[in-house]
Write a protein that binds this ligand. Structure first.
Ligand SMILES: Nc1nc2c(ncn2[C@@H]2O[C@H](COP(=O)(O)OP(=O)(O)OP(=O)(O)O)[C@@H](O)[C@H]2O)c(=O)[nH]1
Ligand SMILES: [Mg+2]
Length: 238
C-alpha cells in the first residue's frame, strides 16, 4: 500500500506522468509533440517520465531532451516494477494542481489533452477520463482479441464504478482526489484504483479515438490480465 504525499502545489499547473519501459523510439517523438500541444493551448505544467531502467536506453533519450524542454522531468527506477507504481512514483514528484496520466505509445491522442484539462480548470469536474466507450469514442486498428479482453475488463469493473471506460490509461484529476488516500498500485489499471478509493464527486468522460500502438512492443501480457482480475477481486472486497 502506498500513501500519497506531494511537493508544494500550483493550482493551474498540469503534471502529466508517462510510465515507460522500452519506449525509446516513441519518446523521441512524444516529448516534442507533447510540449507543442501545451504551448499551443496555453497550458502550463510538466511532463514526468517514469522509466524502469529500460534496456533500450529510453532514459538517455529523455535526458537529451531536458535542455530544450526544461519542464521535462525523469525518474528512473531500479528495474521493471510495474505500471501503476510507476505512475504513483511520478505523482509523488509532481508540482501541479492537476495530475494526468498517458501512455508513451501514441495510443492516446495528445490533441485531446486540452479538452480533458478544461473541465477541471473550469471547476466542472474533479476527474476527466479519455474514454473509448462513450458516444464519439472509438478504437482504431485493434484486433478482435484485444477488443474482447478490453470489454471483459470493463465488465469486471462494472460493480465498482459507473464510469464507462474505467480501464483507460488516459485521464486527469485534481490532485486532492488522491491526497492522503491509500492506493494499492497493482497491475496496469491505476484509474480504476483511483475511481474506487479516491475522493471526488464529478467525473467527465471525454470521447477519444484510441489508436493501436505503431512503434515499440506491448507490455500487456497474461500476467497483467491475471493481476487485473486479482485487483478487481480486492476492490470488490474493500
Ligand atoms: N515504468 C513502467 N512503465 C510501464 C511498465 N509496463 C508498461 N509500462 C508503460 O505503460 C504504458 C502502457 O503500456 P502498453 O504496453 O502500451 O500497454 P497497453 O497500452 O495496455 O498495450 P498495447 O495496446 O499493446 O500497447 C507504456 O507507456 C509502457 O511503456 C512497467 O512495468 N514500468
Ligand atoms: Mg499501449
Amino acid at each position: 500500500m502506498h500513501r500519497t504525499s506531494f511537493p508544494p502545489l500550483e493550482n493551474s499547473r498540469v503534471s502529466v506522468v508517462v510510465p515507460t519501459y522500452n519506449e525509446r523510439e516513441n519518446l523521441s517523438k512524444l516529448i516534442p509533440a507533447f510540449f507543442k500541444v501545451f504551448s499551443r493551448n496555453d497550458l502550463r505544467g510538466e511532463l514526468i517520465i517514469v522509466d524502469d531502467n529500460s534496456p533500450d536506453g529510453s532514459a538517455e533519450v529523455v535526458r537529451s531532451l531536458q535542455s530544450p524542454y526544461p519542464d521535462l522531468k525523469i525518474i528512473v527506477r531500479s528495474g521493471k516494477l510495474g505500471l501503476s507504481s510507476a505512475v504513483l512514483a511520478g505523482f509523488s514528484q509532481a508540482s501541479g494542481g492537476i495530475f494526468g496520466v498517458m501512455d508513451a505509445d501514441f495510443s492516446h491522442p495528445l490533441d485531446a489533452i486540452p479538452a480533458l484539462v478544461a473541465p477541471i480548470l473550469r471547476g466542472e469536474a474533479d476527474v476527466s477520463v479519455g474514454s473509448r466507450y462513450v458516444r464519439g469514442g472509438c478504437i482504431q486498428n485493434w484486433p478482435l482479441r484485444r477488443r474482447l479482453t478490453s470489454r471483459g475488463a470493463v465488465l469486471l469493473a462494472r460493480p465498482l464504478t459507473s464510469v464507462r471506460d474505467p480501464v483507460s490509461g488516459f485521464f486527469f484529476f485534481r490532485r486532492e482526489v488522491i491526497d492522503g488516500v491509500v492506493l494499492n498500485p497493482v497491475g496496469f489499471k491505476i484509474l480504476l484504483e483511483i475511481l474506487v478509493r479516491g475522493r471526488y464527486s464529478r467525473v467527465k468522460e471525454v470521447p477519444i479515438t484510441f489508436i493501436d500502438r505503431e512503434g515499440g512492443k506491448s507490455k500487456l501480457n497474461l500476467g497483467e490480465h491475471l493481476s487485473y482480475v486479482r485487483h478487481c477481486l480486492r476492490l470488490y472486497l474493500k
